[in-house]
Ligand binder design. Sequence first.
Ligand SMILES: [Zn+2]
Length: 433
Amino acid sequence: MDISRGIKPWKLNDQRNLVFVNATIVDPSKGKLIWNATVRISGGKIIQIVTDNSTTATDDLPGENVIDLSGKYLCPGLIDCHVHIAVVPGEADLRSYKHMTERVSLLRQPYVLKSMLDRGFTSIRDCGGASLAIKEAVEDGVIPGPRLFIAGYALSQTGGHGDLRGSHNTQLCCSGSISGISRIVDGPAECYRYTRDELRQGADFIKIMGGGGVASPTDSIEHVQFSDEEIRAIVTVARNAGTYVTSHSYTPRAIQQAIKLGVRGIEHGNLLDLETAKMMAEMDVFLTPTLITHVMSKQMNFLSADGAAKNEEVLEKGLKAMKLAIDAGVTVCFGTDLLGPMHFAQSKEFSVRSSVLTPLQILRSATVNGARLVMQEDKLGQVQEGFVADLLILKGNPLEDITILDRVEEHILAVIKDGRVTTSRWDKVKVDL
Ligand SMILES: [Zn+2]
Protein backbone atom coordinates (compact mmCIF):
# COMPACT_ATOMS: atom_id res chain seq x y z
CA MET A 1 0.00 0.00 0.00
CA ASP A 2 1.19 3.51 -0.81
CA ILE A 3 1.39 5.11 2.65
CA SER A 4 1.42 8.65 1.22
CA ARG A 5 -2.06 7.92 -0.17
CA GLY A 6 -3.26 7.30 3.37
CA ILE A 7 -1.64 10.47 4.69
CA LYS A 8 -2.90 12.67 1.86
CA PRO A 9 -5.76 10.74 0.26
CA TRP A 10 -6.77 13.79 -1.79
CA LYS A 11 -3.45 13.80 -3.67
CA LEU A 12 -4.12 14.16 -7.39
CA ASN A 13 -3.07 11.43 -9.80
CA ASP A 14 -0.10 12.15 -12.03
CA GLN A 15 -0.99 14.21 -15.09
CA ARG A 16 -1.79 12.27 -18.25
CA ASN A 17 0.25 13.07 -21.35
CA LEU A 18 -1.67 15.34 -23.71
CA VAL A 19 -1.00 16.28 -27.31
CA PHE A 20 -2.77 19.13 -29.02
CA VAL A 21 -2.60 18.94 -32.80
CA ASN A 22 -3.48 21.60 -35.39
CA ALA A 23 -3.41 24.24 -32.65
CA THR A 24 -3.21 27.97 -33.21
CA ILE A 25 -1.06 29.28 -30.38
CA VAL A 26 -1.66 32.79 -29.07
CA ASP A 27 1.67 34.42 -28.21
CA PRO A 28 1.08 37.52 -26.07
CA SER A 29 4.79 38.18 -25.77
CA LYS A 30 5.39 38.71 -29.51
CA GLY A 31 1.77 39.63 -30.20
CA LYS A 32 1.22 37.05 -32.91
CA LEU A 33 -0.37 33.70 -33.69
CA ILE A 34 1.57 30.49 -34.36
CA TRP A 35 -0.35 28.31 -36.77
CA ASN A 36 -0.54 24.54 -37.15
CA ALA A 37 1.29 23.69 -33.99
CA THR A 38 1.58 20.38 -32.17
CA VAL A 39 1.93 20.94 -28.42
CA ARG A 40 2.98 18.09 -26.13
CA ILE A 41 2.28 18.20 -22.43
CA SER A 42 3.73 15.84 -19.87
CA GLY A 43 4.14 15.99 -16.10
CA GLY A 44 2.34 19.33 -16.01
CA LYS A 45 4.79 21.02 -18.38
CA ILE A 46 4.82 21.95 -22.04
CA ILE A 47 7.61 19.66 -23.23
CA GLN A 48 7.54 20.21 -26.98
CA ILE A 49 6.07 22.56 -29.56
CA VAL A 50 6.42 21.53 -33.21
CA THR A 51 5.23 23.66 -36.09
CA ASP A 52 6.32 21.50 -39.00
CA ASN A 53 4.02 18.56 -39.70
CA SER A 54 6.75 15.93 -40.07
CA THR A 55 7.16 15.02 -36.41
CA THR A 56 3.65 14.75 -35.08
CA ALA A 57 3.37 10.98 -34.49
CA THR A 58 0.96 10.37 -31.61
CA ASP A 59 0.47 6.60 -32.05
CA ASP A 60 1.81 5.85 -28.59
CA LEU A 61 -1.08 7.70 -26.88
CA PRO A 62 -4.72 6.72 -26.22
CA GLY A 63 -7.11 8.59 -28.49
CA GLU A 64 -8.58 10.79 -25.77
CA ASN A 65 -5.14 12.20 -25.04
CA VAL A 66 -4.75 13.55 -28.58
CA ILE A 67 -6.94 16.57 -29.09
CA ASP A 68 -7.47 18.11 -32.49
CA LEU A 69 -7.63 21.89 -32.06
CA SER A 70 -8.40 22.74 -35.70
CA GLY A 71 -10.02 26.16 -35.74
CA LYS A 72 -9.39 26.67 -32.00
CA TYR A 73 -6.89 28.87 -30.16
CA LEU A 74 -4.47 27.80 -27.44
CA CYS A 75 -3.85 30.70 -25.06
CA PRO A 76 -1.80 30.97 -21.85
CA GLY A 77 -3.85 30.74 -18.63
CA LEU A 78 -4.86 34.12 -17.20
CA ILE A 79 -3.31 35.84 -14.18
CA ASP A 80 -5.37 38.19 -12.00
CA CYS A 81 -2.87 40.23 -9.98
CA HIS A 82 -5.29 41.80 -7.52
CA VAL A 83 -7.95 39.68 -5.83
CA HIS A 84 -9.28 39.20 -2.29
CA ILE A 85 -10.55 35.63 -2.04
CA ALA A 86 -11.27 36.08 1.69
CA VAL A 87 -14.00 38.66 1.08
CA VAL A 88 -16.43 35.98 -0.09
CA PRO A 89 -19.97 36.34 -1.44
CA GLY A 90 -22.86 36.09 1.00
CA GLU A 91 -23.69 39.67 1.99
CA ALA A 92 -25.15 42.50 -0.06
CA ASP A 93 -23.04 45.44 1.15
CA LEU A 94 -19.65 46.16 2.66
CA ARG A 95 -21.02 47.09 6.10
CA SER A 96 -22.26 43.54 6.67
CA TYR A 97 -18.76 42.11 6.22
CA LYS A 98 -17.68 43.47 9.61
CA HIS A 99 -19.57 40.58 11.16
CA MET A 100 -18.30 37.80 8.92
CA THR A 101 -15.82 35.53 10.73
CA GLU A 102 -12.69 34.05 9.19
CA ARG A 103 -14.22 30.58 9.61
CA VAL A 104 -17.26 31.48 7.55
CA SER A 105 -14.99 33.06 4.95
CA LEU A 106 -12.63 30.08 4.77
CA LEU A 107 -15.45 27.61 4.12
CA ARG A 108 -16.68 29.73 1.23
CA GLN A 109 -13.28 30.38 -0.36
CA PRO A 110 -13.26 27.07 -2.31
CA TYR A 111 -16.34 28.31 -4.14
CA VAL A 112 -14.59 31.57 -5.04
CA LEU A 113 -11.45 29.74 -6.20
CA LYS A 114 -13.24 27.20 -8.38
CA SER A 115 -15.26 29.88 -10.12
CA MET A 116 -12.09 31.88 -10.88
CA LEU A 117 -10.52 28.76 -12.38
CA ASP A 118 -13.64 28.19 -14.49
CA ARG A 119 -13.27 31.74 -15.83
CA GLY A 120 -9.75 30.89 -17.06
CA PHE A 121 -7.65 32.34 -14.22
CA THR A 122 -4.97 29.74 -13.55
CA SER A 123 -2.95 32.05 -11.25
CA ILE A 124 -4.06 34.78 -8.87
CA ARG A 125 -2.24 37.21 -6.62
CA ASP A 126 -4.17 37.85 -3.40
CA CYS A 127 -3.51 41.37 -2.10
CA GLY A 128 -4.81 40.82 1.43
CA GLY A 129 -6.72 38.18 3.39
CA ALA A 130 -5.74 34.83 1.86
CA SER A 131 -3.95 32.39 4.17
CA LEU A 132 -1.19 29.84 3.72
CA ALA A 133 -3.76 27.16 4.67
CA ILE A 134 -5.90 27.79 1.58
CA LYS A 135 -2.85 28.13 -0.66
CA GLU A 136 -1.57 24.75 0.53
CA ALA A 137 -5.01 23.16 0.16
CA VAL A 138 -4.96 24.12 -3.53
CA GLU A 139 -1.35 22.97 -4.01
CA ASP A 140 -2.06 19.64 -2.32
CA GLY A 141 -5.20 18.95 -4.36
CA VAL A 142 -7.68 19.18 -1.47
CA ILE A 143 -9.66 21.76 -3.45
CA PRO A 144 -9.38 22.95 -7.06
CA GLY A 145 -8.32 26.54 -7.60
CA PRO A 146 -5.85 28.84 -9.32
CA ARG A 147 -2.20 28.87 -8.22
CA LEU A 148 -2.00 31.40 -5.38
CA PHE A 149 0.52 34.13 -4.63
CA ILE A 150 -0.44 35.66 -1.29
CA ALA A 151 0.31 38.77 0.77
CA GLY A 152 -1.16 37.37 3.99
CA TYR A 153 -2.69 40.37 5.77
CA ALA A 154 -2.12 43.77 4.15
CA LEU A 155 -0.26 46.22 6.42
CA SER A 156 -2.05 49.45 7.33
CA GLN A 157 -1.37 52.32 9.75
CA THR A 158 -3.88 53.22 12.47
CA GLY A 159 -6.73 55.09 10.78
CA GLY A 160 -5.45 53.96 7.39
CA HIS A 161 -7.16 52.15 4.54
CA GLY A 162 -7.04 48.85 6.41
CA ASP A 163 -8.49 50.18 9.69
CA LEU A 164 -12.19 49.34 9.69
CA ARG A 165 -13.08 51.23 12.91
CA GLY A 166 -15.36 54.23 12.50
CA SER A 167 -14.70 57.69 13.95
CA HIS A 168 -16.89 57.07 17.01
CA ASN A 169 -15.19 53.83 17.93
CA THR A 170 -12.98 54.67 20.95
CA GLN A 171 -11.55 51.20 21.38
CA LEU A 172 -7.78 51.28 21.07
CA CYS A 173 -6.37 48.62 18.85
CA CYS A 174 -3.13 47.00 19.89
CA SER A 175 -0.15 46.66 17.63
CA GLY A 176 -0.40 44.06 14.90
CA SER A 177 -4.11 43.46 15.47
CA ILE A 178 -6.12 42.12 12.57
CA SER A 179 -8.75 44.32 10.97
CA GLY A 180 -10.61 42.55 8.15
CA ILE A 181 -8.01 41.70 5.52
CA SER A 182 -5.37 43.95 7.12
CA ARG A 183 -3.11 44.19 10.13
CA ILE A 184 -2.60 47.53 11.91
CA VAL A 185 1.06 48.51 12.43
CA ASP A 186 2.59 51.83 13.50
CA GLY A 187 6.22 52.89 13.72
CA PRO A 188 9.28 51.27 12.16
CA ALA A 189 9.61 48.69 14.97
CA GLU A 190 6.15 47.26 14.35
CA CYS A 191 6.71 47.45 10.61
CA TYR A 192 9.86 45.35 10.91
CA ARG A 193 8.19 42.86 13.22
CA TYR A 194 4.93 42.30 11.37
CA THR A 195 6.47 42.26 7.90
CA ARG A 196 8.72 39.48 9.18
CA ASP A 197 5.70 37.79 10.71
CA GLU A 198 3.69 37.88 7.47
CA LEU A 199 6.67 36.32 5.69
CA ARG A 200 6.99 33.71 8.46
CA GLN A 201 3.34 32.82 7.92
CA GLY A 202 3.82 32.24 4.22
CA ALA A 203 3.37 35.61 2.51
CA ASP A 204 4.89 35.55 -0.99
CA PHE A 205 5.07 39.36 -1.08
CA ILE A 206 4.03 42.28 1.15
CA LYS A 207 1.07 44.58 0.54
CA ILE A 208 0.88 47.96 2.23
CA MET A 209 -1.89 50.51 2.38
CA GLY A 210 0.22 53.45 1.21
CA GLY A 211 -2.64 55.92 0.82
CA GLY A 212 -6.33 56.56 1.41
CA GLY A 213 -8.98 54.33 -0.09
CA VAL A 214 -12.56 54.15 -1.27
CA ALA A 215 -14.02 51.66 1.18
CA SER A 216 -12.34 52.82 4.41
CA PRO A 217 -14.34 54.91 6.90
CA THR A 218 -11.93 57.52 8.31
CA ASP A 219 -9.40 58.43 5.62
CA SER A 220 -9.57 60.43 2.43
CA ILE A 221 -8.23 59.33 -0.96
CA GLU A 222 -5.72 62.23 -0.84
CA HIS A 223 -4.06 60.99 2.37
CA VAL A 224 -0.56 59.65 2.24
CA GLN A 225 -0.21 56.82 4.73
CA PHE A 226 2.88 55.48 6.51
CA SER A 227 6.00 57.60 7.01
CA ASP A 228 9.18 57.17 4.97
CA GLU A 229 10.77 55.36 7.92
CA GLU A 230 7.91 52.88 8.12
CA ILE A 231 7.90 52.07 4.40
CA ARG A 232 11.69 51.81 4.40
CA ALA A 233 11.51 49.25 7.21
CA ILE A 234 8.92 47.16 5.33
CA VAL A 235 10.87 47.31 2.04
CA THR A 236 14.09 46.31 3.82
CA VAL A 237 12.52 43.21 5.35
CA ALA A 238 10.87 42.16 2.08
CA ARG A 239 14.07 42.63 0.08
CA ASN A 240 16.12 40.73 2.64
CA ALA A 241 13.73 37.82 2.15
CA GLY A 242 14.07 37.96 -1.65
CA THR A 243 10.65 39.42 -2.31
CA TYR A 244 8.94 42.78 -2.83
CA VAL A 245 6.38 45.29 -1.56
CA THR A 246 3.34 46.51 -3.42
CA SER A 247 1.35 49.54 -2.33
CA HIS A 248 -2.30 50.54 -2.46
CA SER A 249 -1.84 54.10 -3.78
CA TYR A 250 -4.18 56.32 -5.79
CA THR A 251 -2.47 59.72 -5.92
CA PRO A 252 0.81 60.87 -7.51
CA ARG A 253 2.05 61.91 -4.07
CA ALA A 254 1.42 58.50 -2.51
CA ILE A 255 2.82 56.66 -5.55
CA GLN A 256 5.98 58.78 -5.66
CA GLN A 257 6.63 58.36 -1.96
CA ALA A 258 6.30 54.58 -2.26
CA ILE A 259 8.44 54.03 -5.35
CA LYS A 260 11.22 56.34 -4.15
CA LEU A 261 11.48 54.10 -1.09
CA GLY A 262 11.78 50.91 -3.15
CA VAL A 263 8.19 49.72 -3.50
CA ARG A 264 7.97 47.59 -6.69
CA GLY A 265 4.25 47.57 -7.42
CA ILE A 266 1.40 50.08 -7.32
CA GLU A 267 -2.20 48.93 -6.89
CA HIS A 268 -5.07 50.96 -8.43
CA GLY A 269 -3.17 54.18 -9.28
CA ASN A 270 -6.37 55.82 -10.53
CA LEU A 271 -5.19 59.42 -10.08
CA LEU A 272 -1.79 58.91 -11.74
CA ASP A 273 -0.28 61.88 -13.64
CA LEU A 274 2.23 61.92 -16.50
CA GLU A 275 5.25 62.85 -14.36
CA THR A 276 4.58 59.94 -12.01
CA ALA A 277 3.91 57.53 -14.87
CA LYS A 278 7.28 58.39 -16.43
CA MET A 279 8.96 57.84 -13.10
CA MET A 280 7.30 54.44 -12.75
CA ALA A 281 8.41 53.42 -16.23
CA GLU A 282 11.97 54.51 -15.54
CA MET A 283 12.13 52.62 -12.25
CA ASP A 284 10.41 49.52 -13.71
CA VAL A 285 7.53 49.71 -11.23
CA PHE A 286 4.41 47.67 -12.04
CA LEU A 287 0.92 49.16 -12.10
CA THR A 288 -2.12 46.99 -11.41
CA PRO A 289 -5.30 48.95 -12.12
CA THR A 290 -8.55 47.47 -10.81
CA LEU A 291 -11.35 49.21 -12.67
CA ILE A 292 -14.19 46.70 -12.59
CA THR A 293 -14.48 46.96 -8.80
CA HIS A 294 -15.45 50.64 -9.16
CA VAL A 295 -17.96 49.86 -11.90
CA MET A 296 -19.60 47.07 -9.91
CA SER A 297 -19.54 48.91 -6.54
CA LYS A 298 -21.58 51.60 -8.20
CA GLN A 299 -23.95 49.24 -10.01
CA MET A 300 -24.56 47.09 -6.94
CA ASN A 301 -24.72 49.91 -4.39
CA PHE A 302 -22.06 48.11 -2.37
CA LEU A 303 -20.52 51.09 -0.55
CA SER A 304 -21.64 53.56 2.11
CA ALA A 305 -22.68 57.05 0.91
CA ASP A 306 -19.18 58.41 1.65
CA GLY A 307 -17.55 55.50 -0.13
CA ALA A 308 -19.83 55.93 -3.14
CA ALA A 309 -18.77 59.57 -3.55
CA LYS A 310 -15.06 58.63 -3.43
CA ASN A 311 -15.76 55.77 -5.84
CA GLU A 312 -17.33 58.07 -8.42
CA GLU A 313 -14.19 60.22 -8.59
CA VAL A 314 -11.70 57.39 -9.04
CA LEU A 315 -13.83 55.43 -11.52
CA GLU A 316 -13.83 58.30 -13.99
CA LYS A 317 -10.09 58.92 -13.73
CA GLY A 318 -9.00 55.29 -13.61
CA LEU A 319 -9.37 54.51 -17.30
CA LYS A 320 -7.44 57.63 -18.30
CA ALA A 321 -4.69 56.79 -15.81
CA MET A 322 -4.28 53.28 -17.21
CA LYS A 323 -3.95 54.58 -20.77
CA LEU A 324 -1.48 57.24 -19.62
CA ALA A 325 0.61 54.58 -17.87
CA ILE A 326 0.75 52.24 -20.89
CA ASP A 327 1.65 55.11 -23.21
CA ALA A 328 4.45 56.15 -20.83
CA GLY A 329 5.87 52.62 -20.93
CA VAL A 330 4.74 51.35 -17.52
CA THR A 331 4.25 47.58 -17.21
CA VAL A 332 0.52 47.29 -16.55
CA CYS A 333 -0.98 44.15 -15.00
CA PHE A 334 -4.54 42.85 -14.84
CA GLY A 335 -6.38 43.29 -11.53
CA THR A 336 -9.99 43.24 -10.39
CA ASP A 337 -10.18 43.81 -6.59
CA LEU A 338 -13.75 42.51 -6.43
CA LEU A 339 -15.24 41.98 -3.00
CA GLY A 340 -18.16 39.95 -1.64
CA PRO A 341 -21.06 39.61 -4.05
CA MET A 342 -19.11 41.13 -6.97
CA HIS A 343 -16.64 38.28 -7.72
CA PHE A 344 -18.78 37.04 -10.62
CA ALA A 345 -17.79 40.16 -12.61
CA GLN A 346 -14.05 39.30 -12.71
CA SER A 347 -13.87 38.81 -16.48
CA LYS A 348 -15.68 42.09 -17.17
CA GLU A 349 -12.37 43.84 -16.50
CA PHE A 350 -11.42 42.76 -20.05
CA SER A 351 -14.37 44.63 -21.53
CA VAL A 352 -13.80 47.70 -19.34
CA ARG A 353 -10.16 47.93 -20.46
CA SER A 354 -11.07 47.40 -24.11
CA SER A 355 -12.50 50.92 -24.31
CA VAL A 356 -8.97 52.42 -24.06
CA LEU A 357 -6.42 49.63 -24.70
CA THR A 358 -5.71 47.26 -27.59
CA PRO A 359 -6.48 43.53 -27.24
CA LEU A 360 -2.73 42.78 -27.20
CA GLN A 361 -2.07 45.30 -24.41
CA ILE A 362 -4.86 43.76 -22.35
CA LEU A 363 -3.84 40.15 -22.98
CA ARG A 364 -0.25 41.00 -22.04
CA SER A 365 -1.46 42.55 -18.78
CA ALA A 366 -3.22 39.27 -17.89
CA THR A 367 -0.37 36.93 -18.94
CA VAL A 368 3.29 37.91 -19.47
CA ASN A 369 3.16 41.09 -17.37
CA GLY A 370 1.44 39.35 -14.47
CA ALA A 371 3.99 36.53 -14.67
CA ARG A 372 6.81 39.08 -14.30
CA LEU A 373 5.12 40.73 -11.33
CA VAL A 374 4.83 37.42 -9.47
CA MET A 375 8.44 36.64 -10.46
CA GLN A 376 7.51 33.57 -12.56
CA GLU A 377 8.24 34.94 -16.03
CA ASP A 378 10.23 31.85 -16.95
CA LYS A 379 7.36 29.50 -16.01
CA LEU A 380 4.00 31.25 -16.44
CA GLY A 381 2.16 33.47 -18.90
CA GLN A 382 3.26 31.92 -22.22
CA VAL A 383 2.79 28.81 -24.32
CA GLN A 384 6.48 27.91 -24.54
CA GLU A 385 8.56 24.77 -24.20
CA GLY A 386 9.57 24.30 -20.57
CA PHE A 387 6.73 26.43 -19.24
CA VAL A 388 3.99 25.20 -16.88
CA ALA A 389 1.01 23.83 -18.81
CA ASP A 390 -1.52 26.49 -17.78
CA LEU A 391 -3.64 26.82 -20.90
CA LEU A 392 -7.00 27.88 -22.26
CA ILE A 393 -8.69 26.42 -25.33
CA LEU A 394 -10.59 29.28 -26.92
CA LYS A 395 -13.19 29.39 -29.63
CA GLY A 396 -12.00 32.74 -30.96
CA ASN A 397 -8.86 34.84 -31.28
CA PRO A 398 -8.39 37.14 -28.24
CA LEU A 399 -5.91 39.29 -30.18
CA GLU A 400 -8.79 40.23 -32.45
CA ASP A 401 -11.51 40.57 -29.80
CA ILE A 402 -10.39 40.53 -26.17
CA THR A 403 -13.98 40.66 -24.91
CA ILE A 404 -14.40 36.97 -25.77
CA LEU A 405 -12.64 36.35 -22.44
CA ASP A 406 -15.58 38.11 -20.81
CA ARG A 407 -18.02 35.70 -22.52
CA VAL A 408 -16.68 32.70 -20.66
CA GLU A 409 -19.42 30.10 -21.20
CA GLU A 410 -19.43 30.62 -24.92
CA HIS A 411 -15.73 31.10 -25.65
CA ILE A 412 -13.54 29.37 -23.06
CA LEU A 413 -13.89 25.74 -24.09
CA ALA A 414 -11.43 24.32 -21.57
CA VAL A 415 -9.12 25.39 -18.75
CA ILE A 416 -5.93 23.45 -18.09
CA LYS A 417 -3.84 24.09 -14.98
CA ASP A 418 -0.57 22.27 -14.27
CA GLY A 419 -1.33 19.98 -17.21
CA ARG A 420 -4.71 18.87 -15.79
CA VAL A 421 -8.00 19.78 -17.42
CA THR A 422 -9.91 21.49 -14.61
CA THR A 423 -12.87 22.77 -16.62
CA SER A 424 -14.37 21.68 -19.91
CA ARG A 425 -17.26 23.04 -21.93
CA TRP A 426 -16.38 20.92 -24.96
CA ASP A 427 -17.17 17.20 -25.30
CA LYS A 428 -13.81 16.52 -26.97
CA VAL A 429 -11.95 17.37 -23.76
CA LYS A 430 -12.44 15.31 -20.61
CA VAL A 431 -11.95 16.83 -17.14
CA ASP A 432 -9.10 15.33 -15.07
CA LEU A 433 -10.13 16.36 -11.54
ZN1 LIG B 1 -7.65 45.41 -2.97
